[in-house]
Design a protein around this ligand. Structure first.
Ligand SMILES: Nc1nc2c(ncn2[C@@H]2O[C@H](COP(=O)(O)OP(=O)(O)OP(=O)(O)O)[C@@H](O)[C@H]2O)c(=O)[nH]1
Ligand SMILES: [Mg+2]
Length: 186
């Protein structure tokens, strides 16, 4: 699908989160263009480092970035960049965050401790963010205000449920982020 020539505002957004939380899935479920993916088979090198217990069917991991596009209105298009989740690819963040206006931070409420290093990075790169809580079925569902408290979020940081496999839910999370950015940037 070609970009509407009338679309005047383009915004770069990062989709971040710990290993296996669903960044690549979100971008592929939402992108209106064929998403660019850089998936590689998970190797033994990740054994003992990356927790696959919640996603036993996951066989690949992002090694550089994901890329997709989502037109939100006649005048606004989002360019979505997904970061790799594995610790060893952390240096990709520097390049990917350049020019980004904000970030959607995906979290799995059963693995919140894995989200703290991600939040550190988001804050270090000065990105305004919104939290998308991706509940995996079969795991405990925590109320959003409990997740907010556990993550020690600032009062005005939005937090929403987000099923990364669902286009509408994923779009809603990004819309929440954009509204938050607009309220901050004026
Ligand atoms: N059952 C279930 N599976 C889910 C859910 N959300 C995501 N998944 C699956 O979990 C896996 C997430 O994998 P990715 O999208 O590759 O995650 P990622 O964050 O890009 O992973 P890395 O790039 O390796 O950090 C996929 O197999 C999804 O289909 C969910 O709510 N329920
Ligand atoms: Mg990925």
């Amino acid at each position: 699908m070609y970009l509407n020539p009338e679309t005047s505002n383009s915004v770069k957004i990062l989709v971040v989160g710990h290993f296996g939380v669903g960044k690549t899935t979100l971008i592929s479920s939402i992108s209106e263009i064929e998403p660019l993916q850089t998936e590689e088979e998970i190797t033994e090198a990740s054994e003992g480092f990356d927790d696959l217990s919640g996603t036993p069917n996951k066989t690949t991991t992002t090694v550089a970035m994901d890329f997709g596009r989502l037109t939100l209105s006649d005048t606004l298009v989002l360019y979505l960049f997904g970061t790799p989740g594995q610790e060893r690819f952390k240096e990709m963040w520097e390049a990917l965050s350049r020019g980004a206006l904000g970030a959607l931070v995906l979290v799995d409420p059963t693995r919140l401790h894995d989200s703290f290093p991600v939040l550190d990075l988001v804050e270090r790169f000065g990105l305004t963010y919104t939290i998308g809580v991706n509940h995996f079925e079969g795991t405990t569902e925590y109320p959003l205000d409990e997740v907010r408290e556990a993550l020690n979020l600032a009062e005005d940081t939005p937090i929403v449920h987000c099923d990364v496999r669902d286009q509408t839910s994923s779009a809603q999370s990004l819309i929440t982020l954009v509204q938050h950015l607009m309220s901050i940037l004026g």
